[in-house]
Design a binder for this molecule. Structure first.
Ligand SMILES: C[S@@+](CC[C@H](N)C(=O)[O-])C[C@H]1O[C@@H](n2cnc3c(N)ncnc32)[C@H](O)[C@@H]1O
Length: 417
């Protein structure tokens, strides 16, 4: 295993940025960092994520000092170093020297560009006005839809929340606390600042799991009772499965990806909880017996998770959304068919797009007369978050002073008795 060191982390970050340029998500690239020590892996991931969060702002500064557009790998070095210097408070000497070395390491093109990188970054380190550059905009395909749905002012607030990144939220298996964590009004815990998750107290004992505060709300809305038979449809990696199992429900967790289900199994084992795991297409899955309730956390654009996944705007172009909307509607139909009369269904998507949320519920009610939406009465839910349909709309700009939350739409539906 490699020795710890800033440059191993920076090299890792550059490889991640290159991967994103080539169309791979940060989370799909964990193999790229596997030779690094955990602390360097974490730092590489943080550097790459911060660079993506501030990429347009870094480019705005760099275009003042760079005459000719550099090769993509050299531009990555310049962007990373600019974000380190101006956003992360890196010491000029160390950041510039490291960037020059990283440039030189890139073969002939790198060697030729090292002088330019040195000169440009020395100027960047003196740059004034970074704080005045507005947060980077969402790509047009997404910005237009978000602006239509929420207005320009909210869109700017969402962009600011994306730039701010996300703290670490935990869901507890049972009542308790984690030293250094702040309790949130909805029941989750929050830790601000960089942490190594596996080193936190209670990790090995499985006292909690990592789950954004917004992502913990769908199960709270389902209100699982001990002994109830509940299907968790689209379950992996299993944050909601763990919540259902911790409530004492008999859970069947269904996901199309056997690989992702292995993560559910690992999480269940660490937390000493159990659930039946089924690798299947939800649309073809049939339960063995009567279900009491269903949680459907449908595949979606994931546009509510950009705080945590700043690579998403660079990887998508909006072209798959109508297919997702169609799949979500078919999953809702199937879930309703599986429920007994009077059974409840919580539908959730980590999306900011009303077509995947509010509009799905309106359409389901039009298809199933008598299907009701039950408005939640849960601690910490601001009445402003409740939509005219009776669901909950969560946005990254909510709880801004606390560090935000992921964007979600959640609705609890009741099949007529
Ligand atoms: C939003 S994620 C679920 C997150 C999960 N509920 C949790 O809380 O950790 C969506 C999941 O849907 C799964 N999926 C996508 N299409 C599916 C299908 N047709 N049948 C079953 N699972 C599917 C994906 O593999 C992915 O794991």
């Amino acid at each position: 295993m490699a020795k710890p060191g800033k440059d191993l982390a920076r090299q890792g970050a550059l490889r991640l940025l290159q991967g994103v340029r080539e169309g791979q998500s940060l989370s799909d690239q964990s193999g790229v960092l596997k030779r690094l020590l955990p602390a360097d892996q974490a730092r590489a991931g943080r550097l790459a994520a911060e660079t993506l969060r501030h990429m347009d702002r870094a480019d705005e500064v760099l275009q003042v000092y760079v005459n000719r557009k550099p090769a993509p790998q050299v531009l990555d070095v310049l962007r990373l170093a600019t974000v380190e210097l101006l956003e992360l408070g890196g010491a000029a000497h160390g950041v510039v020297d490291a960037a020059v070395e990283l440039t030189r390491a890139q073969g002939k093109k790198g060697a030729a560009a090292a002088g330019m990188v040195n000169a440009v970054l020395r100027k960047v380190s003196q740059h004034q006005g970074w704080a005045d550059i507005t947060p980077q905009e969402l790509p047009d395909w997404l910005r237009d839809s978000i602006s239509d749905a929420y207005g320009e002012e909210t869109t700017l607030a969402i962009e600011a929340a994306h730039q701010a990144g996300a703290p670490l939220d935990l869901t507890l298996k049972a009542a308790g606390d984690v030293p250094g964590a702040e309790p949130l009004p909805t029941g989750s815990l929050r830790i601000t600042g960089p942490v190594q998750v596996s080193a936190l107290p209670g990790f090995a004992q499985g006292d909690w799991w990592v789950q954004d505060a917004a992502a913990a709300i769908p199960v709270r809305m389902l209100d699982p009772q001990s002994g109830e038979k509940i299907a968790d449809l689209c379950a992996a990696p299993g944050g909601k499965t763990l919540q259902l199992a911790a409530a004492g429900a008999q859970v069947t967790a269904v996901d199309i990806s056997a690989a992702r289900l292995r993560r559910v199994a690992e999480n269940l084992e660490r937390c000493q909880l159990s659930a039946e795991l089924v690798a299947a297409d939800v649309l073809e899955w049939q339960p063995d017996g009567r279900l009491d309730a269903i949680l459907l956390d449908a595949p979606c654009s994931a546009t509510g998770t950009i705080r945590r996944h700043p690579d998403l705007p660079y990887l998508r172009d909006g072209s798959g959304i109508s297919a997702l909307v169609d799949l979500q509607a078919r999953m809702i139909d199937h879930a309703i068919a599986l429920l007994p009369p009077g059974g409840r269904l919580v539908y959730a998507v980590c999306s900011l797009l009303p077509d995947e949320g509010e509009a799905q519920i309106a359409a389901a009610q039009a298809r199933y007369p008598g299907l009701t939406v039950e408005t939640p009465d849960l601690p910490g839910i601001d009445p402003d978050w409740i939509t005219p349909e009776g669901g909950i709309r969560l946005r990254p700009d909510y709880w801004a002073e606390r560090g935000g939350m992921d964007g979600f739409f959640i609705a609890r539906l009741r099949k007529p008795a």
